[in-house]
Design a protein around this ligand. Structure first.
Ligand code: GDP
Ligand code: MG
Length: 177
């Protein structure tokens, strides 16, 4: 973590949304601390984690917000979205329902978040290829239609996690920076 004495040029708030158990917390653990826990519990009391990285020679602090389990009751509040410049809509490639619900999450996002928010669709658990229930083409098509960036990831195997965050942060930087 490159977070010592340097000046921070930008702080970007990014929110994670999507159904419960799709892997939001593990994606964040992988990105922020390069960790993964098989038995992940909803993190209590921690609202966000940060990671500082360099984009185009600027120091960008990503402040990534994770739900504390409220998504189970569709009770993510407007405060969660306040000030967010990026959103990752996560589904589980082995759970069709979690993909079908993305449209609902998108609607909430469009209702509560800033209209210029950069959005990325993330199909997590790509390591479970034999259990795949969402064809990658369906997700690509949906993302294209809705104007979202798209990537499949595995928090478990650390596939595309850094890349997904870097993509969304770079797009935010292009808009704001
Ligand atoms: P959240 O409710 O969306 O925050 O989901 P969690 O991050 O708590 O993960 C839910 C479950 O999925 C946990 O048992 C994780 O170990 C598991 N999980 C998360 N990411 C992955 C992944 O990339 N691959 C696999 N195989 N399991 C994952
Ligand atoms: Mg969680």
């Amino acid at each position: 973590q490159r977070d010592f004495n340097q000046t921070i040029d930008y702080v970007f708030k990014v929110v994670l949304i999507g159904d419960s158990a799709v892997g939001k917390s593990q994606l964040l653990a992988r990105f922020a601390r390069n960790e993964f826990n098989i038995d992940s519990k909803a993190t209590i009391g921690v609202e966000f984690q940060t990671k500082t990285l360099l984009i185009d020679h600027k120091t960008v602090k990503a402040q990534v917000w994770d739900t504390a389990g409220q998504e189970r009751y569709q009770a993510v509040s407007s405060a969660y979205y306040r000030g967010a410049v990026g959103a990752m809509l996560v589904y589980d490639i082995t759970k069709r329902e979690s993909f079908d619900h993305v449209a609902r999450w998108l609607e909430e996002l469009r209702g509560l978040a800033d209209k210029n928010i950069v959005m990325m669709l993330v199909g997590n658990k790509s390591d479970l290829a034999s259990l795949r229930a969402v064809p990658i083409e369906d997700a690509k098509e949906f993302a294209q239609r809705e104007n979202l960036f798209f990537m499949e990831t595995s928090a478990l195997e650390a596939t595309n996690v850094e890349s997904a965050f870097l993509t969304i942060l770079t797009q935010i930087y292009r808009i704001i920076g």
